[in-house]
Design a protein around this ligand. Sequence first.
Ligand code: GLN
Length: 491
Amino acid sequence: MSEITQWSLHRLREALRKKEVSAVEVARAHVDAVGKAGALNAVTTPTPERAIEMAEQSDKRLAGGEGGALEGIPLGVKDMFCTEGVASTACSNILEGFTPPYESDVTERLWQAGACLLGKLNCDEFAMGSSTETGSSGAVCNPWRGNGDARLTAGGSSGGSAAAVAARLMPVSLGTDTGGSVRQPAAFTGTVGLKPSYGRCSRYGIISYASSLDQAGILARSVTDSAILLGTIAGHDSRDSTSADIEVPDYESELKGGISKMRVGIPKEYSVDGMPGEIDDLWKQAAGWLEEQGAEIIEVSLPHTRHALPAYYIIAPAEASSNLARYDGIQYGKRAKANGVDELYGRTRAEGFGVEVKRRILMGSYVLSAGYYDAYYLKAQRVRALVARDFDNVFEKVDVLLAPTTPSAAFALGEKTDDVLALYLGDIFTVPVNLAGLPAISVPAKLNGEGLPLGMQLIGRRFDEATLLRAAKAVEDSAGFDAVPQAWWSP
Ligand code: GLN
């Protein structure tokens, strides 16, 4: 394995600026790593030529002393982002052959900053899932195996983005987080997963799942690297009416502040029956780390937490069923053979969507239908308001919250395929944040008894990513997590 692929974004940036390596050398090392990692199935559409071409441009700019914030940094993006001229399918057969004529706002910002595209990354179909098994490209395999031999899930839906960063195929990547899809895969792969506040990054050009919950997110190997990337992708965009027109701080320098006197809330509801004792112990240990660094630990209550998951699994499918109505075989992607327009719609959708997406469309259409709208959809929206109000109340007393990211470590591929409720339950600690539009981050904190990574989650006030990242850095510093998976996939 090339040494260059072990370097963090921060380290690469220094080496490129000092001309210790060229952008083309950096791109080649990563293209090579991607090429050898087929067993992980993390990259669905590799773009090696584009990566090298972009790196050549970066080298020219670096030679001229120009260079953007990410000049020469190779990275991959989840297949939920529209990338001009590169297939963008949300890992769905219904978008087979769709190559967008435009670029998403956040990826456009990456290329403007000098980053180079290594490829599109595998995910659950339309980002619906928690295990990256439902997409048209098949399952992603977690680089971590722990003490056993079983092939494990890298989490989902941004499993490809997380596996690629954990396996050192790229220093950072983009995912999307609608209900935990960046934080949960981060926890399962020993990487840092950041979901910014709703409105912090533009959703323009991100294939929609549930529009009131979707956010672009970052997978990285350190909090500093996520801060650097957030500074690039955040910002107002008039093409997304929910994008916030507020200042973007310099997150990297804000990290230096430390956490002295920071008030950290421990929400007592973030503990569930059946959660392994080692996750509870880690949570206490992490609170201790923050206290040692000068924070004040305060127990708080978010009483509506247990209603968040059912509300999410009504609201997200409702919005999804409406968003997915546009895939009719006429405008984009796949078109089934049929006689007449009704048959064309029906067949295209029957052949194009996978089983999980169909399940969400059925649930969503049901809860939005005339007789059930008040009983389900409207009630779920009321619950959502209560969940958000709980957070508002505690953020009067504390600056950030500390909780586990997931109630378990990575599980085996196929283990929950027949039990979707068990899969949905795994999202219990991540969905409340999306319902309330808050920023949150998962930081790798230790390996469990089976040698698998566990993540701790920090949750911040809306648009206060700077404080959130500072707290995350403190957890990272104390945890000192430096374990790396064995490169079993590389021939
Ligand atoms: N697992 C959740 C779902 O399937 C979250 C997915 C996501 O954040 N995209 O809805």
